[in-house]
Design a binder for this molecule. Structure first.
Ligand SMILES: [Zn+2]
Length: 288
């Protein structure tokens, strides 16, 4: 099917929102975001004083005999090998880089790393959390493992008196294609590229992400979320449930997207903790 047709069909409901271009929001949101971008940014606490997690307690128990050649066990190997390096999970087709692990919780999709056009995650389910999206809308879907983790996170948020609601999760390649085309037509290609992803380059296609908002913002996906109690709670606690805030402030050059405090990405608890503590992006973490 053609992009144009899709846009025609669903265009009316598409409005612009940032990198995750979740676009359900009205132009109001768009304007909010625009105006914010010109403001000097508000204070942000970056309280990661890199906890020096002395990972290798390899006591190099000195007294033993010195180097017997050949008996060289590298004790930290297991940790290093747990995560796939980005260079190992990509192939090139027609000059385009395509990820080879689209169904891994460690997949890195971005403007340089495309998801296959025909990739649809297996085991998409609807997490049992409050949503802004209507029932039956595919954007309520996530990969089952991530959906369970999201339920845990929402339960913890509720316990902490945080009012969060899910906005948008899974998005198909075709839908992303339509969104981008809509934005390009309406705002020009350059702006569209800043605020929305090309098809195949949106993390939402993985089923591992969710955009979150709060009633005090009427469900909008805006930078303001980062300074609400809910946004602060998410930034500080999401990792405990296996999520990271994917597009960090100050890391725009690395991720290729503006700051998106509302967009969380599932990577599993272990990796999320490491990434959170280091205060880094997936691009940096998986660069190893
Ligand atoms: Zn998003």
């Amino acid at each position: 099917m053609t992009v144009r047709k899709l846009v025609f069909v669903s265009g009316l409901s598409l409005a612009l929102v940032a990198g995750c271009s979740s676009n359900e929001q009205s132009d109001q949101t768009m304007n909010d975001e625009k105006s914010e971008q010109t403001e000097p940014d508000k204070e942000e606490k970056n309280e990661d004083n890199k906890t020096n997690s002395e990972a290798n307690e390899e006591n190099s128990s000195s007294n033993e005999d010195t180097n017997q050649n050949g008996a060289n066990n590298e004790p930290d190997e297991s940790q290093q090998n747990a995560y796939p390096a980005m260079g190992e999970t990509v192939t090139e087709e027609n000059g385009k880089k395509i990820v080879t692990n689209p169904d891994s919780i460690y997949v890195v999709a971005n403007k340089n790393r495309n998801l296959p056009a025909d990739f649809v995650p297996k085991n998409l389910v609807e997490p049992n959390v409050p949503f802004y999206a209507n029932e039956g809308d595919p954007k309520r879907l996530m990969v089952d493992e991530a959906a369970k983790a999201l339920e845990e996170m929402f339960a913890a948020a509720e316990e902490a008196d945080m009012q969060i609601k899910a906005v948008s999760g899974y998005r198909s390649y075709e839908r992303q294609e339509a969104i981008f085309a809509y934005n390009a037509e309406r705002y020009g290609a350059e702006k569209a590229n800043q605020v929305s992803a090309h098809a195949g380059q949106s993390e939402h296609q993985t089923g591992l992400t969710m955009d979150i908002s709060t009633p005090s913002l009427n469900g909008a996906l805006t930078e303001k979320f980062g300074s609400t109690p809910e946004g602060e709670w998410v930034a500080e606690n999401a990792y405990k449930y296996g999520f990271v805030v994917r597009y960090l402030k100050g890391k725009e050059d690395i991720t290729g997207y503006q700051y998106e405090p509302w967009h969380v990405r599932y990577v599993g608890k272990e990796a999320a903790k490491e990434i959170h503590e280091a205060g880094i992006t997936l691009e940096e973490f998986f660069a190893k």
